[in-house]
Design a protein. Sequence first.
Length: 168
Amino acid sequence: MIIEGGGNAGASGGQGVPATSLAVAVKVADVTKPDAGKLAALEKAVAKEAEGVEAVKYTVLKRLLGHVAKDPKSQELARRAYHGMVRELGGDGATGAERLLVENVAMSWLKLQNVEMSHSLKAPSEFWERRLAAAQVRFDRAVAALTKFRRVPINLRVNLANQQINVG
């Protein structure tokens, strides 16, 4: 089976760009209409980083849950809400990059809940207003990034036993 990327030609004339790091791949793919080669390079870079990300994600989630809720029962409810959101937004067919964006949305939502809870328990102040506004902006940006990622069209041409199938 041969899979060739098609799609919109970007600044590189539709050529795939080898990514040496995640930052380079993100910068290259961050154009209005990235082509399939750029997206494939981004996917490859994300997959490479994913192993370390899982360990970090677990640690951050555990620490954040400790801030969101003090008792184990509330922590478990928050953990279930996080995983439910990841399942609902990501589904089974999510790619590596999409899965990271979905997890970022869910994590940003948890952080927003944490700040909103702290804000509601404290006396009104400019500090808590700024923190709440910043958490809302982070959540909104995470949702926007996921939405933008899902709107990028990807055209694939698959050849199986000399039968061409166009997808996208």
